[in-house]
Write a protein that binds this ligand. Structure first.
Ligand code: FAD
Length: 493
């Protein structure tokens, strides 16, 4: 594996495939192809991150997107760096359930929300990832220790007739594990105890028969289609120098995240695709989904456990009693979990709970290109987005339950943080939907863009429903499934 800034690269350019984006999806795809002997180039816009960096600080320098109110205050990224959002993530590592892949039993919209694949197809890839990331409570990995405040929350849940469970975390515990150096929410891990694409050897896997070259500091601007249905190169800009380069490729796989992969296709106009590649049916960018989610904070007086700063993982327990439950509007809910603040001292005297569920996918919820351009001549992204009434009822239900738990725990005051759904999220899904019918989907179940021989999407864009829990485990498992599918279907890539 070679990993360097684009400006210091002097090697050859003859790769079997180019993957755009080095986040968990791109890294897993590169690893899978290289495990089959392929030489893969990964292009990454962001830099390497210094240990201990806070997500909000790191992201300040990257462009925002416009809202439907024309305000430039929406977030079109998880994170821009080698490793993508996983570099800062909270390592919450749930498998999806049947209801996440087939939500149409509970909710509906003007788009197909059921996935064109089954859990059975994801299971072997979940197994591989859990082993690779050392996910607590799976295989031979022990459960991660509950935080002291988690005991308080568990007791309060029990008093509300709810069951607290230990969080599956991609964080090592024990001797070579987490040393509780900070409140690690949204922070890049300085010790490697928390999983990243580097700390768990996904990009830098020594057992690969092929190779992975990661070049960072390069932004894929658009894709060239000189013969209809065939991609021949990706045009890039190096923000550092302003230089532009074109990279010829046999296969291109987009793993930029659900917003950026869609934007890249919309920017890729040719005489065959005047509205953007893959967009003949005006579907690219539509069906944007985040999560309906929110936080409630309970304030406590004179509680010994809560009187000191908190060091450790963001969350160590959760409740899933309302994942599928007839008492919640629609019958489909999600999770409630401990959600500590990212600064140790901010947790003094407080317990914060997070509630999260997947949302309906509507075609009017979309990203598109704005008429304004940034300093490199790249059009800004614009979000058109609003929550459905049913989704608001579902999230209000989970918020009310969370607040009951906080009161049972002894909170003297509760604040519900305002919902900020329309401004983006770190959970990005939809926009490049998967299915058989090109009139209703952008890619097939293997991630291949309909009508294209050598263009693929393998990130959260292909998810037809966002799912009711944290998505990265599933994004990675699905990416690995699609990458194997690609190699299996092709004699040579
Ligand atoms: C603070 C935080 C906490 C989180 N916690 C959790 C959690 O506990 N559990 C969980 O399941 N999920 C969590 N997530 C979400 C998780 O990070 C994402 O689901 C995951 O990173 C998505 O993976 P991806 O590879 O599809 O996209 P990304 O991780 O977004 O990676 C895409 C990469 O592509 C690059 N890129 C984009 N466009 C271009 C372009 N045109 N040219 C070149 N490069 C480009 C980006 O810079 C980025 O590095 C969290 C996210 C954040 C930010």
């Amino acid at each position: 594996m070679k990993i360097c800034h684009i400006s210091s690269y002097s090697g050859q350019w003859d790769f079997d495939a180019v993957v755009v984006g080095s986040g968990p999806s791109g890294s897993v795809v590169a690893n899978t192809l290289a495990s089959k002997g392929k030489n893969v180039l990964v292009l990454e816009y962001g830099p390497l991150v210094s240990p201990g960096t806070l997500h909000s600080e790191h992201q300040k320098k990257f462009p925002k997107a416009f809202s439907h109110l024309n305000e430039n205050n929406c977030d079109p990224w998880t994170a821009c760096c080698v490793g993508g959002g996983m570099e800062f993530y909270d390592a919450i590592t749930f498998r999806y359930r049947e209801s996440d892949l087939k939500p149409s039993k509970y909710i509906s919209s003007d788009m197909d929300m059921d996935w064109p694949i089954s859990l059975t197809q994801l299971n072997p890839h979940y197994d591989w990832i859990e082993k690779k990331l050392n996910v607590s409570g799976t295989g031979s990995n022990p459960e991660f220790y509950k935080s002291s405040r988690a005991y308080l929350i568990s007791e309060a849940m029990k008093n509300c007739d709810l069951r607290a469970k230990q969080m599956p975390l991609a964080i090592k515990s024990g001797q070579d594990g987490c040393n509780y150096c900070s409140a690690c929410d949204e922070r890049s891990c300085p010790t490697g105890a928390k999983a990243s694409v580097i700390s768990r050897s996904i990009l830098n896997d020594k057992g690969l028969s092929g190779s992975i070259t990661v070049l960072y500091g390069i932004f894929a601007e658009n894709i060239e289609e000189n013969i209809e249905g065939l991609i021949d190169s990706v045009n890039c800009i190096i923000p550092f120098s302003g230089r532009k380069i074109s990279i010829t490729t046999q296969k291109i796989i987009l793993c930029c995240n659900a917003i950026q992969s869609a934007a890249l296709l919309l920017r890729s106009k040719s005489s065959f695709s005047p509205d953007g590649i893959g967009n003949k049916n005006d579907l690219v960018g539509r069906g944007l989904m985040f999560k309906i989610s929110g936080y409630s904070v309970g304030y406590f007086e004179k509680n010994v456990i809560l009187d000191t700063p908190y060091f450790g993982p963001h969350a160590t327990i959760f409740n899933d009693d309302f994942y599928v439950n007839s008492s919640i509007p629609s019958g489909l809910g999600g999770l409630i979990y401990e959600a500590n603040f990212s600064t140790a001292a901010d947790n003094i005297g407080k317990i914060r709970l997070h509630y999260i569920a997947g949302e309906e996918s509507w075609s009017k919820n979309r990203i598109m290109l704005d008429s304004k351009f940034d300093g490199f001549g790249i059009p800004y992204i614009k979000f058109l987005y609003e929550n459905s009434k049913m989704d608001m009822k579902r999230i209000e239900f989970l918020a009310d339950i969370s607040e009951k738990i906080l009161l049972k725990a002894g909170a003297v005051r509760i604040e519900r943080e305002p919902f900020t759904h329309a401004k983006g999220s770190s959970h990005l899904h939809g926009t490049l939907r998967a299915g058989v019918d090109p009139k209703k989907s952008v890619v097939d179940s293997g991630g291949k863009v309909h009508g294209y021989k050598n263009l693929y999407v393998m990130d959260g864009g292909v998810m037809n429903f966002s799912g009711n829990s944290n998505p990265t485990h599933t994004i990675m498992a699905n990416a690995r499934r699609m990458a194997f599918d690609l190699v299996d279907k092709e004699v040579s890539i």
